[in-house]
Design a protein around this ligand. Sequence first.
Ligand code: TYC
Length: 113
Amino acid sequence: MREHQWIMSDKDDQDDDTSVMVQTRPKTKRPPLYKVLLLNDDYTPMEFVVHVLERFFGMTHAQAFEIMLTVHKKGVAVVGVFSHEIAETKVGQVMDFARRHQHPLQCTMEREE
Ligand code: TYC
């Protein structure tokens, strides 16, 4: 139904002005999604990153290890895609957990195209 369009005919227009009322699209726009990104650094232990991915992103040990290695080699990886509120919560949880353990691990979010 996203492509549906209509133009209200004059006889259905209740007010007495002469403007043309045009509804171009039904209002069904989905909210934007946000990628949560994990960044590499030289100091955070690999096992800590694996633990973060298991704990906050529900990954298995094998999945977490694979993503951790991708970040280690490429510098950054998407670890999940969420609504704005959930993405903010995940970033906060990771940053807080890393800070409490005195690791410089960085986690950010980015709006999806
Ligand atoms: N590069 C880190 C090391 O060699 C490991 C690491 C991986 C750090 C992923 C951060 O997001 C990260 N200990």
